[in-house]
Structure formats: structure tokens, C-alpha cells
Design a protein around this ligand. Structure first.
Ligand code: PRP
Ligand code: URA
Length: 212
């Protein structure tokens, strides 16, 4: 796969360790859910390096000082339902004041094209840094459509965080939305004929919510 300047692979031994656990088919729902959340926290630390900041006055026990903090009202997290929900609390751990929007999409099992069924976004989202979260970037259809939807709503600074990506999904998003920074924990080998990532981890939504 070609190198895309807007695609970042967040490789770290701790991330690899946690990926190995969630890929294992014997990992139970509780542990799977916990690790998806932990991975989102680890990835947020790196992917929000350029978070907007502001200067504030702080009085230490000794003197007044000017300090840098995360800018108020500057971040929105937008999970793609369902599986993206599993990543939200992991990011809120670091950014407890972030607003959360929701985009509901499912893939048609025959055509693999995404169908939108729900959308509720925070007021003023167009002026925030928007982090779309979805653990799986497979064909890239869901993520690319979610980005297009947010752009139509006026969002100018959009990022995407996915835990596992297929080359096809990365290429689609990188080509269609070169202005969007994409963060993934691992780039897997391929997709199978049903659009599942190989080696992947199976159906993320089913594994997070225990529906199969
Ligand atoms: C999964 C996943 C992504 C999408 C990725 O959702 O969570 O949203 O598929 O596939 P794509 O890159 O080919 O679009 P799914 O449609 O299984 O819905 P769910 O989260 O409700 O289980
Ligand atoms: N959605 C998933 O949950 N897993 C995949 O491998 C592909 C799409």
C-alpha cells in the first residue's frame, strides 16, 4: 500500500499486547469491551497531540503563573453505531468535557455499502475538532460516508480513529478525504469475500455487546 501522509499507524508494544488479546476468539465480552476502551485511551493520547489549547492563570502556593490547558468546548467525539460506542468512554477518560454525537450506520450484508439510520450531533460541532470513532475500518464505506456527512454539517477539522484497518479502507478514506487525519492501531492484511478484515477480530459490534 502507498504511504499516505494523513494516515498514522500508532504502533506501540502496549497497543500490540492489547490487540493480541482482542483478536483471540476465546476472549470474553467483558474483557473485549474493557480492552477496546483501553486502546481508545492509548490512541487518544497520541492522536490528540494537536488538540486546541488555551492559556490560563493559575495561582500555585508560591506565585501566579500562566499555564496551558485543553481549550474549552473544543472537542466532539462521534462514534459510528454500534461498535464505535465501545471506544467513547476510553476517550472521555482523557477529555471528560468532550461532547458526543452519534451516527448510526450498518453495512448491507450483500452490497457491503453503508446505510445511515441515525444522526444526532452536538450543537456547534462545526467549530470543534471532531474525532469519529469506529474500531473497524474495512472497505472504508462507513467511515468515508460519516466524514462526508460531517463535512456537509460544516465540520472543518475531522479525525478518524479505528483500531484495526484493512488496506482497502485506509486507501478509500485517504484518497476521498486527504484532509482528514486517520489513526489506526494496526494495518491488517486484507478483506475476505464478506468484507471482514483478515486476520482481524471478527465482528466488533457483536463482540462488544455479546450479541452472537
Ligand atoms: C462494522 C464496523 C464499521 C463497519 C466497517 O459495523 O463497526 O462500522 O462495519 O465496515 P466498512 O469499512 O466496510 O464500512 P456493522 O455494519 O457491522 O454494524 P454494527 O457496528 O452495528 O455491528
Ligand atoms: N466490521 C467488523 O466488525 N469486522 C470486520 O472485520 C469488518 C467489518
Amino acid at each position: 500500500m502507498k504511504n499516505y501522509p494523513n494516515v498514522h499507524i500508532l504502533d506501540h508494544p502496549l497497543i500490540r499486547h492489547k490487540l493480541a488479546i482482542i483478536r483471540d476468539k476465546n476472549t470474553n465480552t467483558k474483557q473485549f469491551r474493557e480492552i477496546i476502551e483501553e486502546l481508545a485511551t492509548l490512541m487518544a493520547y497520541e492522536s490528540f497531540k494537536d488538540v486546541p489549547t488555551q492559556e490560563i492563570e493559575v495561582e500555585t502556593p508560591l506565585e501566579k503563573t500562566t499555564q496551558t490547558v485543553v481549550k474549552e468546548n473544543s472537542i466532539a467525539i462521534v462514534p459510528i453505531l454500534r461498535a464505535g460506542l465501545g471506544m467513547v468512554n476510553g476517550i472521555l477518560t482523557l477529555f471528560p468535557a468532550a461532547k458526543v454525537g452519534h451516527i448510526g450506520m450498518y453495512r448491507d450484508e450483500e452490497t457491503l455499502t453503508p446505510k445511515e439510520y441515525y444522526c444526532k450531533l452536538p450543537a456547534g460541532i462545526e467549530n470543534k475538532v471532531v474525532m469519529i470513532v469506529d474500531p473497524m475500518l474495512a472497505t472504508g464505506g462507513s467511515a468515508a460516508d460519516a466524514i462526508t456527512l460531517l463535512k456537509k454539517r460544516g465540520c472543518k477539522k475531522i479525525k478518524l480513529m479505528s483500531i484495526i484497518a484493512a488496506p482497502q479502507g485506509v486507501e478509500k478514506v485517504a484518497k476521498e478525504h486527504p484532509d482528514v487525519e486517520v489513526y489506526v492501531a494496526h494495518l491488517d492484511r486484507d478483506l475476505n469475500e464478506h468484507g471482514y478484515i483478515l486476520p482481524g477480530l471478527g465482528d466488533a459490534g457483536d463482540r462488544i455487546f455479546g450479541t452472537k
